[in-house]
Design a protein around this ligand. Sequence first.
Ligand code: C5P
Length: 306
Amino acid sequence: MSAPFFVPMLTIHSGCKINLFLNVIRRRDDGFHELETLIQPLPLYDQLSFERSEVPGIRLRCSHAEVPTSSDNLIVRAVSRFYQELGEAAGIDVHLDKRLPVAAGVGGGSGNAAAALRAMNELHEHPLAAPDLLGLAAELGSDVPCFLHNGPSLATGRGELVESLSDFALLAEAAVVLINPGFGVPTPWAYQNLRLDEEGGRSGLSAGGLIEQLRSDDWDGFLAGLFNSLEQPVIKKFPVIRLIRDGLVAAGADAAMMSGSGATVFGLVRDRSLAAGVLERFLDGYGSQCWSQIVPMSGQPAASGE
Ligand code: C5P
């Protein structure tokens, strides 16, 4: 009798984020933009399963029809890049249970790429050290490295230079109400249409200033410092984003802002027990034709879309 073929399998969560501050500083010669962004991870997840196979190739299946499963997908690119680094032929089946909104400014795709790198490294018994993984992550996308860290982070450069921060006590009891209107915003389009010298293009504050307000438990100062350069071009083209932002504040959120390049908007609620009321009032006014979710800013993972 031949020995049974052992197939290692791994299932992991793949998270998302909001940008509490995203200040574009300047356009660079390489087509990217220099920025400073404060990233807050949220306990809301996609699920990814990996199964090693003797059949050559990378096969991705996804629960969501709109997510491409070809070589364009960041998961496929991450897995492919990983095998290339190892100098090995790929043989893997991947399943993505997509629960996060797609092309939504919450980093779902970037989170998937980082999760894929971590999972591949684990399945292969850690051939790559942390700096190697970070290098691969930065190649895959500006937002990917921040997902290799747990907790909040400050990202600079084009977003790939990541400094890990400790959790903010001020946000311990807070929650966000996430609203996605159901259309995606291509990130390159948002950057290309940003007018840095026009109103809303740049913040007078630095990310360090906002972090200081968070660390000194200055809730109002923190709210006043929230900023996202990319709201300017996106709101110009899609005024519904402003409507959602204003609607969340009218419904009782302490503040609201678009995340990343949109179109997801988050409403901040300092006391998470009030978040359900905010969402209910928002949906009463706006209608329920949107994706919505209440997410604590720390603590237990919440299954998304449920
Ligand atoms: O790095 P990533 O692949 O996510 O970037 C997608 C696109 O977004 C880039 O090709 C660029 O057009 C734009 N971008 C930018 N400046 C950044 C990050 C992204 O202009 N810091």
